[in-house]
Design a protein around this ligand. Structure first.
Ligand SMILES: [Zn+2]
Ligand SMILES: [Zn+2]
Length: 352
């Protein structure tokens, strides 16, 4: 009989249960990874609550989770880059490798990508997962499994830095200080930025951003953001990274950045259409850039963790075992005032 493992299966919205299912067998180019920890992402929570995100619909039971690290315990015969026992972070999207986007190096735009925990593809809220070894990245001994799992959400901010061509001389405002916004602070440090500012309506998130090293925080409920920015920094905003997806925040971005500035849009707006002052945008030659996931970030982000000021783990506010998955997801869904990143552990004894 095939050996079994625990996996958290979402049967339909709000109906998630831990089941015993067969441990997958690695194909020739794959490794079997024993999962150490997996983050709960906003997208997981959204599938849990609504069963769909845009054109992606949960039509049959699915395993969620795509922010993963673990240990390689078995490798397929063609795997050359890894050995059994390697500690790894998992890049969760496997692109086709053949289409024009993949060939041009922008594989995050591949239409045929198989992305973990995006229907119909299973994710990794499970004890074991098989992954194409090209998308497994070895973790140095001094990098924790938790940091390894957080490379995934960090990568979004890391890619935003590249899209905005952000560098040491830039004054940066990050709007929205959820998990992605907060980890974008760490990505900005990796790119040498010192003038990092953040804004959010939630006090707890602003406090955490200050702890993570932003120069100052702004509160959109306390008056004009541009005036607040000038007051605390004395500068103009060179690059704005929008992570909140709040329609009003998105709409306001053009007015906030300096002439010739850049806006990088990361958060998906909660409505289909957002009014934008395009005349002002053209007049000021503002660059507007979209970010979809990330591309070629893992190896560089893992190396950048050695930066002395970078600490990803401050965003972990809650830890649960896989058996407690329902509670874990409900916390991520309902406790946005005090919870940022919920981390899941297949083995309860790994919780520190
Ligand atoms: Zn994610
Ligand atoms: Zn492709």
């Amino acid at each position: 009989m095939q050996p079994l493992m625990k996996a958290a299966v979402l049967n339909k919205p709000k109906d998630i249960e831990v089941k015993q299912i067969p441990i997958p067998k690695p194909k020739r180019n794959e490794a079997l990874v024993k999962v150490h920890c997996i983050g709960v992402c906003g997208s997981d929570v959204h599938y849990y609550e609504h069963g769909r995100i845009g054109r992606y619909v949960v039509e049959k039971p699915i395993i969620l989770g795509h922010e993963v690290s673990g240990t390689v315990i078995e490798i397929g015969e063609d795997v050359k880059n890894l050995q059994i026992g390697d500690r790894v972070a998992i890049e969760p999207g496997i692109p086709c490798g053949e289409c024009p986007h993949c060939r041009s190096g922008r594989y995050n735009l591949c239409d045929a990508v198989e992305f973990m925990a995006t229907p119909p593809f299973d994710g990794a809220w499970a004890e074991y997962v098989t992954v194409n070894s090209d998308f497994l990245f070895k973790l140095p001994d001094d990098v924790s499994f938790e940091e390894g799992a957080l490379i995934e959400p960090l990568s979004v901010g890391f890619h935003a830095m590249r899209r905005g061509n952000v560098g040491p001389g830039d004054n940066l405002l990050i709007t929205g200080l959820g998990p992605i916004g907060l980890l974008t602070i760490e990505a900005a440090k990796m790119f040498g930025v010192t003038e990092i500012y953040g804004s959010d309506v939630v006090g707890f998130r602003r406090d955490l951003a200050l702890e993570m090293g932003v120069k100052a925080v702004l509160d959109p409920t306390k008056g004009d953001l541009l005036e607040q920015f000038r007051e605390v920094s004395g500068n103009k905003i060179d690059v704005l990274i929008e992570t909140s997806g709040n329609a009003q925040a998105v709409s306001e971005t053009i007015r906030l950045v300096k002439r010739g500035g850049k806006i990088v849009y990361v958060g998906l707006p909660t409505v289909d259409q957002v009014p934008m002052d395009m005349t002002a945008m053209i007049d000021a030659e503002i660059d507007m850039l979209g970010v979809f996931r990330y591309v070629h970030t893992y190896a560089d982000a893992i190396q950048s963790l050695a930066h002395p000021l970078v600490d990803l783990t401050k965003v972990i506010t809650d830890q649960y075992s896989l058996n407690e998955i329902k509670t874990a997801v409900e916390v991520a869904l309902n406790e946005k005032e005090k919870s940022i990143k919920v981390m899941i552990y297949p083995n309860a004894k790994d919780i520190k």
